[in-house]
Design a protein around this ligand. Structure first.
Ligand SMILES: Nc1ncnc2c1ncn2[C@@H]1O[C@H](COP(=O)(O)OP(=O)(O)OP(=O)(O)O)[C@@H](O)[C@H]1O
Ligand SMILES: [Mg+2]
Length: 292
């Protein structure tokens, strides 16, 4: 990540410099965090429970007071931006959907953002129905948000953001609590927004199996500090480091790593996805058949 330019450009969506934060009870949650995110990137903040992911996202959305360091949003110091200016540009989804949903019905909840942005009722309705369709909650418009299941409430929060059409999304564990298919669909939806609409996505997660398939770049948080960063391949090729910070390798990478190091099977690289693993295994089988 050192190769990223330190200069302010319009292509830089977030530039966070030497951020530190202590909660009022004295908990030192972030130490000297610096990160840079370019327009159109899909970035993961990966870390164990309590490592500081939520705190960092909240600081980036200017929801914490007394943060040390600097945060630039598209080149502008967020200290100079009003909550409304940040709200228009950045969408934050909270980790717990119950901190986010508040309107009596699903429709009203998802409509809150676009209504507040000044769209007329016809446009609001269009945006709400589109967003609910994207997260597969269509038909539940009149249901009370309290009566939705946990996974449905998680998706309702995402719909609330989609209806606003932000350039930047900060997502705190968007897939936590979703079933495996729901998790996969959510990541596909985020990837689609990222690739097709150019939305910059920064998501906190501890889901190591999904991460490599979707993300461009990862920052690993441990006890409030960044310990590693880079592409998923770069980050996951050091299993000992991952164990030290209470994370494991993706299952598929762990299997190949053990075959390579404990059973001396000749793998040139450690794949991170099933597709790559399949290719590597076939290659290795071919070589050993020829050799035998
Ligand atoms: N409101 C608060 N007041 C005091 N300490 C807090 C508060 N919120 C979080 N912390 C502490 O700050 C540290 C980082 O917490 P944070 O919620 O950012 O971690 P996280 O990486 O999001 O964890 P998780 O994976 O469990 O969501 C933890 O030690 C936590 O106890
Ligand atoms: Mg959290």
């Amino acid at each position: 990540m050192d190769d990223l330019s330190k200069t302010q450009t319009s292509e830089m969506m977030y530039s966070v410099r030497k951020l530190s934060y202590k909660y009022p009870d004295g908990t030192h949650a972030l130490y000297d965090i610096s990160l840079e995110v370019k327009k159109g990137e899909f970035i993961g903040l990966l870390g164990a429970n309590g490592s500081g992911k939520t705190t960092l996202l909240r600081a980036m959305d200017k929801l914490l007071k007394g943060v040390e360091g600097e945060i630039y949003l598209a080149g502008v110091d967020i200290k100079t931006l009003s909550p409304k200016e940040i709200y228009k540009k950045v969408g934050l989804v909270f980790q717990n959907p119950d901190d986010q949903l508040f309107a009596p019905t699903l429709f009203e909840d998802v409509a809150f953002g676009p209504t507040n942005m000044g769209f007329n009722s016809k446009e609001v309705k269009k945006r709400v129905l589109n967003a609910l369709k994207e997260v597969e909650l269509e038909g539940l418009e009149n249901k009370s948000v309290h009566n939705l299941s946990y996974g449905q409430r998680k998706r309702a929060c995402i719909a609330g953001l989609l209806s606003m059409g932000h350039d930047i999304l900060l997502l705190d564990e968007p897939t936590a609590g979703l079933d495996p298919m729901g998790e996969y669909k959510m990541m596909n939806l985020l990837k689609k927004l990222n690739k097709e609409s150019g939305v910059t996505v920064i998501m906190a997660t501890h889901s190591v199996d999904l991460v490599p398939v979707f993300l461009d770049r990862l920052y690993i948080l441990s006890k409030g500090k960044f310990s590693r960063g880079g592409t998923p391949e770069e980050v996951f090729n050091a299993p000992e480091d991952m164990a030290n910070i209470k994370l494991r390798l993706p299952h598929i990478a762990e299997l190949i790593y053990k075959l390579k190091h404990e059973d001396k099977v000749d793998f040139k690289r450690i794949p991170l996805t099933i597709g790559e693993a399949r290719r590597e295994i076939l290659k290795s089988l071919e070589t050993s058949l020829k050799g035998g």
